[in-house]
Design a protein around this ligand. Structure first.
Ligand code: G3I
Length: 445
């Protein structure tokens, strides 16, 4: 008789669990009495949508009586199972829509599931996302392979559609060891871009500041060196063909002051025409890639700007270049609008694409502040607006991307490089947008 009652209980329990697990929606929590554990199991969770990123949700398992039981999330109907760890967890959707969020607890007798529907709205209505505000060009962000998850991911997915590796796609990172290429970090970045439907801008194949140490001590012949460079460019570009849309083939080849070609090892071993050779290798390696020359101070330094356009003209005469990258490492009060406009005019008049690369806006160039003052924050906002206005006014056929050189002030290269505090970027420590972010939006209106 006792067995019959137990069987009846289990039967009723299974029937009840089956009813519950049919995916009833919205605020239903489920309580099942599991006598063997003698603890009532109550399954429920909370889901909220981020106020700063309408594509990001936070879920929190509020179940009771489930200690020791395995539980997992699904953020779409019958979607991938994601382990339920302690505490709240975030998930970022790539596109707007209605999604079924399900929490499953593997109870001793049967899985218990609770589902709730969440609506992810288009952010284009509020246009506080930079990529939605940009007219006819991409919003780029400098990234690192260890900053592509959590809130970094949330901001990237919401606001950006172009990525540049801040340092992990450079020769001194990929070619650390002679004869062996290490694509671990660069693959992470490229795969992230592909998975999130973002353009990847390849930075940079040949740069005097990213030469692996073994190459600086290369003991082979000049011809062997040239073959080594050709093979490197070819191998890297063919690996990423179709995934990396564009490349800075040569970066910063012009000497400050003299405006002559830097006397880099590339020039010493490959000759004065090493730049042309590198662009020939690049064009052959991936004919569909958009090829850029990239340099800094080419707004206000007219000598350097002229030297750059001389290089560009030679490359363009051989159909070896498609765009100019003007690094926008600027300050809140320098260079002027006219100076910035000059590099745009030179690029547009040549029918080339303009990349405002590496934008950061120093607010402490003279080291006269110890924190980001309201006054400097407003000045930075105004400068950001000016840069965005200039870029937004470029003819559509010459637009490419406006790339920010980092996300949070605490992640910028500036303080270490200049040896003094600065707050040159666009997001606060908590990933909230700064005034400079607002300035970009104002400039794109
Ligand atoms: O992450 C590693 C760390 O694990 C290691 O312990 C440490 C010491 O070796 O190195 C760390 O990597 C450094 C990386 O920055 C992250 O901090 C690299 O060594 C260092 O070379 C790298 O510097 C980058 C620099 O280019 C050289 O590649 C900066 O992040 C990057 O902002 C800077 O960007 C350049 C552009 O490519 C070209 N235009 C100028 C701009 C500023 O210099």
């Amino acid at each position: 008789m006792k067995n019959l009652i137990n069987y009846l209980k289990i039967f009723l329990l299974i029937i009840f669990s089956l009813i519950v697990s049919c995916g009833s929606d919205d605020d239903l929590n489920v309580t099942v009495i599991d006598e063997e554990r003698e603890i009532p199991i109550s399954v429920d969770f909370e889901v909220t949508i981020s106020e700063t990123n309408t594509f990001e949700i936070t879920v929190n398992n509020t179940s009771t009586g489930t200690n020791g039981l395995i539980s997992y999330w699904q953020f779409t109907e019958n979607g991938e199972r994601v382990a339920d760890n302690d505490g709240p967890e975030t998930h970022v959707y790539a596109v707007a829509g209605d999604y079924l969020v399900t929490l499953t607890v593997e109870a001793p007798d049967a899985d218990i599931t609770v589902s709730k529907t969440v609506t992810i709205a288009e952010t284009s209505t509020d246009n506080t996302a930079l990529k939605n505000a940009a007219n006819g060009f991409s919003m780029g962000m400098a990234v690192r392979s260890n900053r592509l998850s959590g809130s970094h991911n949330a901001v990237l997915v919401r606001e950006f559609n172009s990525l540049t590796a801040e340092f992990e796609m450079k020769m001194d990172q990929i070619y650390k060891t002679e004869g062996s290429l290490d694509f671990t970090a660069s693959d992470i970045i490229v795969d992230y871009g592909v998975a999130n439907n973002m353009d990847v801008h390849g930075h940079t194949l040949v740069w005097h500041n990213s030469i692996p140490s073994w190459m600086n001590n290369f003991s082979g012949t000049d011809e062997e060196f040239e073959t080594l460079v050709e093979d490197y460019i070819t191998t890297v570009m063919q690996r990423y063909a179709g995934k990396v849309r564009s490349w800075d083939v040569v970066n910063e080849a012009i000497e400050d002051g003299s405006n002559a070609l830097r006397n880099s090892i590339f020039r010493q071993k490959m000759g004065d025409n090493y730049i042309e050779k590198c662009y020939q290798y690049a064009r052959a390696a991936d004919p569909n890639a958009i090829l850029f020359y990239n340099d800094y101070n080419v707004t206000f330094d007219t000598g350097k700007q002229n030297a750059m356009f001389a290089i560009v003209d030679n490359l363009q005469s051989k159909n070896l270049i498609d765009g100019v990258g003007a690094q926008m490492h600027i300050s809140f009060n320098f260079p002027t609008r006219t100076q910035i406009q000059s590099v745009v005019d030179g690029t547009v008049s040549r029918g080339l694409k303009m990349h405002f690369a590496e934008l950061d806006i120093r607010v402490n160039p003279n080291n006269d502040i110890t924190s980001l003052t309201q006054q400097r924050a407003i000045a930075q906002q105004n400068k950001a607006k000016e840069v965005a206005e200039i870029y937004n006014a470029i003819p559509d056929e010459n637009k490419f991307a406006l790339t920010l050189w980092g996300m949070r002030d605490s992640e910028s290269w500036l303080p270490e490089f200049w040896g003094q505090p600065d707050w040159g970027l666009f997001y606060n420590e908590d990933f909230s947008p700064k005034r400079s972010h607002e300035g970009l939006l104002e400039g794109m209106e």
